[in-house]
Design a protein around this ligand. Structure first.
Ligand code: HDE
Length: 718
C-alpha cells in the first residue's frame, strides 16, 4: 500500500508561506498557487478580504479538510469543515406554497397629485413625493425551478415602504380570480398543482385534476377566459398589467370612504407571446422573464407602470349589475374610468436573490391608515393566510427584522424575543400602560393611528353565499366578446390544447357545456377541436347569461399594445461578409426607436463583416432561436446563407419567426435560407427585403405593430 504522504509542513512565520506551494500563476490580479495535491489556492493580497468562518476566524486553507495523515480520516475538530457543511445542509427554506417562482426588483412610487381629499394615506398626500418600493413578479402553480413561460397567472406583488408603515398590494396580472370564497383556495391549488399520486405535471394546468375541479366550479368561468387568453403567456413582466383584484376602501380625514380598485398600467403597453413560442422559450431560456427584467434594469431601461384607481361610492356599488365584493367580477373601465395617480419605476436589481426576492414577505393585511378592506370573502380569507405562511417559510415571527421586510419608517412596539430577534425594545418597559413616564416607551395615537372604517355589519351567522354572486357567465362572455378575432382564436386554441391533455372525456364535455353559456361559436370551435361527436347541453346556470353587456376594449391586449418598438428586442442573424453599412443603419434606427439588438451568428466569437469589421455575437445560432426576439433580421452574405441553409437551427430560426407571425427583415442574399425554411413562396407584407437605408425605416415602422397577425391563420390547419 502506498505510504501516506503529507503536504510539506508550513512555517507560519510569513503570509507567503502559510499555504502549500508548488507553482504560482497570476490570473485576474490574484495569485494562484497549486498545492501538493494539485489543488488551487487563491490567497488574499492587497485589498482582497481574508476568508473567515461565520465567527470571523480567518481561514488558512479552504481546499483541504483537516486529516490525520494525507490519506487518513477527517478530524472532528475541523471547525471550518463542520461549520461550512452544516450551513450548506440548511440552506433551503420551504418554497412558497403558491407563487414559488418569482423575480423581484427595487424601485419607487411617485405621486402625480395629492389625493388628500380621498384618503389620509401618507403616500398619497404630497405631489411628486417618491416612496421606496419592492416588486415581486411570479407564476402561481409552478415550483421554484419551473420555467418562466408556463401558461399561468402572474403575481404582481408590490411592497410600498411608506412613512406610515409598509403597504402591500398583493395583486395579479389578471383582475379577477377563480373562486369567490377563500375556503375553496386549498382545493383550487391542489387541483392546479402536480397530481398527488404521480407528482406531475408541474407548472401547467393542462391535466385532469385542474379541469375536473374547474368544470365543477362555474364561478371560475370568467377567470377561465382570462387564463386561456394570452394574458397568461406575457412577453415580459414589463409588458403586463397588474391588479389589486379586490375592492378596497380609501378613507379621508372626515372618515368618508370611497371604494377603490387598484390597477398597474405598463408604460410600454401590453404584449404576449404565442403558445407555440412559449413552449419553445421554455426550452431555449427557462429564465426568459427574469433575464428580461434583469437586463432591462441593468441597461438603465427602467420599466414603469402607472398606478390607476377606479373610484366609486356605495351608490354605484348598489346599482352595478354585479357585486363589487365578488372577486370573479370586474368593473369595466368604460364604466368607471381608471384615474392615473402616480408611477412605479423599477430601477435597481437585488444584490442577492435569496436575501431579498426569496425572503420578501407580502401580506394582504399590511395596509396603512387611509386604506381599508371590504368584506370580499376572498380578501378576508387572504388576510388570515399570509401571516401564517411567512411564519412557516421564514421560521420566526421576527421575519420583519429581515431588511427587505422591515419598514423604512420609525417603528416602536413592545413585541420581543422569539427566534432570530435582531432588535428588542430598549429600556425597562416592555409593556403598557406603564408608569415610567418619558422612559415608558411608545404610546398609541388616536389621531394618527390606524382606524378601521366603522362600517355597519349585522346578520345571522351562516355558511352562505350572496345571491348577488350567482351570475357566472355574463362577464366571461363580455371578456370573450371584447377580444379581437386573433385573440378569440387564441382562447379557443388554448382551451382545445389544454382539454386535449385531459384524459377523461367527460371532463372535456363538461367544460364545453360551460362554454355554451359563454359563446356558442367558441363552444363549437372547442368541441370541434376536441373531436366531440355531438355537442352537450349547456350547463345548468344559476343565472342566465346576460347578452346586454357592452364590449370593453380595455380587456384586449391587442387593442392596447405598444405604439412602438421601445423596450423590444430585435434578433439579427449575421454571417461573415454581412453588409456592414446596412448593419450600422439598422443599429442606429433601432437605437432611435428605443429598442435593442442582439446578434446571432454561426459562432459566438462573431463574424467578419463586408468591410472587414469584426462584429461580436451574443448568441450562437443554436442557442439564440428566434423565439427570444420580437422581430428578426437575416443580414446574410451569399456565402453565409449557403452555410446556414445547411444548419437546421438556422432554418428553425426563420421558420419559427414566420410561424409566430413576426416581422422578418432579410437581405436578398438570404433567400436560399428562406427557401430551405419552406417560406420563400409564402412571403407576405410582414417579410421585408432590406437593401437600402429606407427599407430599414419601413421595416421598423412595421415592427411597431409587433406581430403580423394576418399571417397566423395561414400557418395553422388544426
Ligand atoms: Fe395569494 N398567497 N392567496 N392570492 N398570492 C400567497 O403567501 C392565498 C390570491 C398572490 O411574491 C401565499 O407569501 C389565499 C389572490 C401573490 O411573495 C399564501 C388566497 C391573489 C402571491 C397565499 C389567495 C393572490 C401570493 C404563498 C385565497 C391576487 C405571491 C406565499 C383566499 C389578488 C407574493 C406567500 C410574493 C402568495 C394565500 C388568493 C396573489 C399561501 C389563501 C386572489 C401575488 O399566503
Amino acid at each position: 500500500m502506498e505510504k501516506d504522504k503529507a503536504a510539506p509542513q508550513q512555517k507560519p512565520t510569513s503570509k507567503e508561506n502559510t499555504a502549500p506551494q508548488r507553482t504560482q500563476a497570476k490570473f485576474s490580479d490574484q495569485t494562484i498557487t497549486r498545492g501538493e495535491g494539485g489543488e488551487t489556492h487563491q490567497t488574499a493580497e492587497g485589498d482582497t478580504p481574508i476568508l473567515t468562518t461565520q465567527q470571523g476566524i480567518p481561514v488558512s486553507d479552504d481546499q483541504n479538510s483537516l486529516k490525520i495523515g494525507a490519506r487518513g480520516p477527517s478530524a472532528l475538530e475541523d471547525l471550518h469543515l463542520r461549520e461550512k457543511i452544516f450551513h450548506f445542509d440548511h440552506e433551503r427554506i420551504p418554497e412558497r406554497v403558491v407563487h414559488a417562482r418569482g423575480f423581484g426588483a427595487h424601485g419607487y412610487f411617485e405621486l402625480y397629485e395629492s389625493l388628500s381629499d380621498l384618503t389620509v394615506a401618507d403616500i398619497f398626500q404630497r405631489k411628486g413625493e417618491k416612496t421606496p418600493a419592492f416588486v415581486r413578479f411570479s407564476t402561481v402553480a409552478g415550483n421554484k425551478g419551473s420555467a418562466d413561460l408556463a401558461r399561468d397567472v402572474r403575481g404582481f406583488a408590490v411592497k410600498l415602504y411608506t412613512k406610515q408603515g409598509n403597504w402591500d398590494i398583493v395583486g395579479n396580472n389578471i383582475p379577477v380570480f377563480f373562486i369567490q370564497d377563500a375556503i375553496k383556495f386549498p382545493d383550487l391549488i391542489h387541483a392546479a398543482k402536480q397530481e398527488p399520486d404521480r407528482g406531475f405535471p408541474q407548472a401547467q394546468t393542462a391535466h385532469d385534476n385542474f379541469w375536473d375541479f374547474i368544470s365543477l366550479m362555474p364561478e371560475s368561468m370568467h377567470m377561465v377566459m382570462w387564463i386561456m387568453s394570452d394574458r397568461t403567456i406575457p412577453r415580459s413582466f414589463r409588458f403586463m398589467e397588474g391588479f389589486g383584484v379586490h375592492t378596497f376602501r380609501l378613507v379621508n380625514a372626515e372618515g368618508k370612504s370611497t371604494f377603490v380598485k387598484f390597477h398597474w398600467k405598463p408604460q410600454l403597453g401590453m404584449q404576449s407571446v404565442v403558445w407555440n413560442e412559449a413552449v419553445k422559450i421554455n426550452g431555449a431560456d427557462p429564465d426568459f422573464h427574469r433575464r428580461d427584467l434583469w437586463d432591462a434594469i441593468q441597461k438603465g431601461d427602467f420599466p414603469e407602470w402607472e398606478l390607476g384607481l377606479q373610484l366609486f361610492d356605495e351608490d354605484f356599488a348598489d346599482k352595478f349589475g354585479f357585486d363589487v365584493l365578488d372577486a370573479t367580477k370586474i368593473i369595466p373601465e368604460e364604466e368607471i374610468p381608471v384615474r392615473k395617480v402616480g408611477r412605479l419605476v423599477l430601477d435597481r436589481c437585488v444584490d442577492n436573490f435569496f436575501a431579498e426576492t426569496e425572503q420578501v414577505a407580502f401580506c394582504t393585511q399590511n395596509i396603512v391608515p387611509g386604506i381599508d378592506f371590504t368584506n370580499d370573502p376572498l380578501l378576508q380569507g387572504r388576510n388570515f393566510s399570509y401571516l401564517d405562511t411567512q411564519l412557516k417559510r421564514l421560521g420566526s415571527p421576527n421575519f420583519t427584522h429581515i431588511p427587505i421586510n422591515a419598514p423604512k419608517c420609525p417603528f416602536h412596539h413592545f413585541q420581543q424575543d422569539g427566534h432570530m430577534a435582531m432588535h428588542n425594545p430598549k429600556g425597562r418597559a416592555n409593556y403598557e400602560p406603564n408608569s415610567w413616564g418619558s422612559q415608558g416607551g411608545p404610546r398609541e395615537s388616536p389621531q394618527q393611528g390606524f382606524r378601521s372604517y366603522p362600517s355597519q355589519e349585522s346578520g345571522a351567522k351562516l355558511r352562505i353565499r350572496s345571491e348577488r354572486f350567482a351570475d357566472h357567465y355574463s362577464q366571461a362572455r363580455q371578456f370573450y366578446m371584447s377580444q379581437t378575432p386573433t385573440e378569440q382564436t387564441h382562447i379557443a386554441n388554448a382551451l382545445t390544447f389544454e382539454l386535449s391533455k385531459v384524459e377523461r372525456p367527460e371532463i372535456r364535455v363538461r367544460m364545453v357545456s360551460h362554454l355554451l353559456n359563454i359563446d356558442e361559436t367558441l363552444a363549437k370551435k372547442v368541441g370541434d377541436g376536441l373531436g366531440l361527436k355531438e355537442m352537450p347541453k349547456p350547463a345548468d346556470a344559476a343565472k342566465p347569461t346576460r347578452m346586454d353587456l357592452k364590449e370593453s376594449p380595455a380587456l384586449s391586449i391587442l387593442k392596447n399594445g405598444p405604439k412602438n418598438m421601445k423596450g423590444r428586442k430585435l434578433g439579427v442573424l449575421l454571417s461573415d461578409g454581412a453588409d456592414m453599412e446596412l448593419l450600422k443603419a439598422l443599429e442606429k434606427a433601432v437605437k432611435e426607436e428605443g429598442a435593442m439588438i442582439e446578434i446571432v451568428a454561426p459562432k459566438v466569437g462573431g463574424v467578419e463583416a463586408s468591410d472587414g469589421t469584426w462584429v461580436e455575437a451574443k448568441q450562437k445560432v443554436n442557442g439564440g432561436p428566434s423565439v427570444l426576439y420580437d422581430a428578426v433580421v437575416l443580414l446574410l452574405s451569399e456565402k453565409g446563407t449557403e452555410m446556414l441553409a445547411k444548419e437546421s437551427t438556422a432554418r428553425d430560426f426563420v421558420a419559427d419567426a414566420f410561424a409566430h407571425a413576426k416581422f422578418i427583415g432579410y437581405t436578398k442574399a438570404a433567400m436560399p435560407l428562406l427557401e430551405k425554411a419552406g417560406i420563400a413562396d409564402s412571403l407576405d407584407q410582414g417579410c421585408i427585403a432590406l437593401e437600402k437605408g429606407e427599407d430599414i425605416s419601413r421595416f421598423l415602422e412595421s415592427c411597431r405593430q409587433v406581430r403580423f397577425w394576418e399571417r397566423e391563420s395561414k400557418v395553422h390547419a388544426v
